[in-house]
Design a protein around this ligand. Sequence first.
Ligand SMILES: C[S@@+](CC[C@H](N)C(=O)[O-])C[C@H]1O[C@@H](n2cnc3c(N)ncnc32)[C@H](O)[C@@H]1O
Length: 200
Amino acid sequence: MNDVSKANFWNECYNDNNTGWDLGKITPVFKDWVDKLDKKSKILVPGCGNGYDPLYFASLGHDVVAVDFSEIAVNNIKSKLKAEKVNLKVIKYDFFNLLDKYKKEFDYIVEYTFFCAIDPKNRDQYINITHKLLNDNGYLIGLFLPFQKKISEGGPPFAVRKNEIKKKFVKKFDLIENFSHPLSINARKENELFYKFKKK
Ligand SMILES: C[S@@+](CC[C@H](N)C(=O)[O-])C[C@H]1O[C@@H](n2cnc3c(N)ncnc32)[C@H](O)[C@@H]1O
């Protein structure tokens, strides 16, 4: 398997423009979500890539931290930050070490194409870490995908299954809702589901 746990793998993807995951704009589902948030919140976006979502969240005045261990991704966001002048903290860091910096800190963690990008054997660890990063009233919201890919096809992106997500998350989170979101982009409509989890 490609070493998806190393920043170099992802740097090469960015260098080669092998970035099929990148929407090139705010994710419509998360724009809709954040536009309706009724109070200023502390939001973490792990594995943020080119950072359209955290940039938009910050432009609305939320306190946002965006994390990625690829220096290319981080530099891309930082160059946009200068132009947009929003208050966004961009950190080049391995998500799996993030508890060194933050504990019980965030109101929301916003997940998109990161859970499926990590080595599937690290999924339990992802769940434990997100749980500890959230404050006691915190939520993890996200679009999970790809549901249609066969597990045997490998990744990234690595396949996800409803029963696996439920079984793993339920240890640390209450499942508030999951549904096929009307604002999912057409190419992913059949392949992704929106989830909202509340920290237990
Ligand atoms: C498939 S891309 C998704 C980027 C972004 N979420 C998006 O939707 O455009 C996965 C991102 O996660 C980052 N990543 C993978 N493993 C990571 C880790 N352990 N710590 C921090 N970032 C990581 C990669 O560098 C890459 O930018």
